[in-house]
Design a binder for this molecule. Sequence first.
Ligand code: AMP
Length: 420
Amino acid sequence: MIQIENFNFKGLKAIVRVDFNVPLDKKTFVVTDDTRIRGALPTIRKIIGDGGSCILMSHLGRPEGRQEKYSLKPVLPVLEKHLGMSVKFADDCLGDETAKTAAALKPGEILLLENVRFYPEEEGKPILPETATDEEKKAAKAELKAKQKVLAQKLASYADVYVNDAFGTAHRAHGTTAVIADYFPAGKKMFGFLINSELAAMDRVLHNPQKPFTAIMGGAKVSDKILLIENLLNKVDNLIIGGGMTYTFIKAMGGKIGKSLCEEDKLDLALNIINKAKEKGVNLLLPVDSVNADKFDNEAQVSLSAIDNVPEGWLGLDIGEKTIEKFSEVIMNSKTILWNGPMGVFEMEKFSAGTVAIAKAIAASTAKGAYSLVGGGDSVAAVNKYNLAGSISYVSTGGGAMLEYMEGKKLPGITAIRGE
Ligand code: AMP
């Protein structure tokens, strides 16, 4: 497999799948967070710097066919500002004009294509009425899969080289994330710098962690994280559980959890995780105290209780002081830290203390020499909210993609290039 840093793009056209799926202001359509655009800049700069040209493709949102509110046009001025140069924009991906513009692209020039998800074949998911029969669904899917190949082949024909730098969609087998790679020979397809850093960070934690290795799992549901937890039980020294999923564990062990979030059908699974941790010699840490609310509201009455004694009718929405102390000590003594999922309902000020404290402990441990990887939409949002991103070794840009890679799954966008 070729590496982008060793490749010379001089005189070549590169078609680059980036992740410009940025949030837009609902009224003005101005980009409200340009993190993802900045993430793609090193790759674009390398191609242009070498004397190549660049055709950028991305999705934005989940359009059903062409819907102007999902246009990538608002990205253009932000991209131009960061690069300090003008960027061409094509109103579609496959039209004759676009093909001509791509063909006429000169070294050093950049062309941004309109949202590739305006073509349903990109995702390969047919848009059908609810009344469609199974037969109709199957036929529509097969037809769209065939069209997906046509889309991928046409886009591939614009360029000499394919670069995938869209980590956020690497777990999707879409036209521009995976299928397009089939139309380039091995020496003409590669990852961009962003995907490379994501893979390096995850591989370091998964395959080469300095010990002690601590994983901190939080967020709402056990069911979302179960595969990750199971994979991590083979690797970590300490597994910290916090957030909403805590209460399923506590109930499974016979504790009182009031009205706290609980997945009744996952109680056995929770016990199974506890037993597996024991078998494998993993130190499983659960909260010892709970910050409770009488309703799911920032204006709620608040009370503190032991984790297994949440009063009737109350809900546990954050970890308490004793838990913070216990978790922080383990985090401070770790050499590798993985964090996925908040410790409480941090979106509400009253229930954010646990998440803030854990984020700070990870930052402090990192300052002491630990390697820290934070991923998953909400923990990344928390780290950004508390201005701690710069104090974490690596903050992942891909929620679902990171989760799947860390679960040990093969990601179509990665396999399409690495070929395993
Ligand atoms: P996830 O996407 O699974 O990482 O879950 C993140 C969500 O979990 C956030 O929106 C939190 O508000 C929520 N969450 C964290 N702790 C709790 C809790 N104790 N009860 C209910 N929701 C929670």
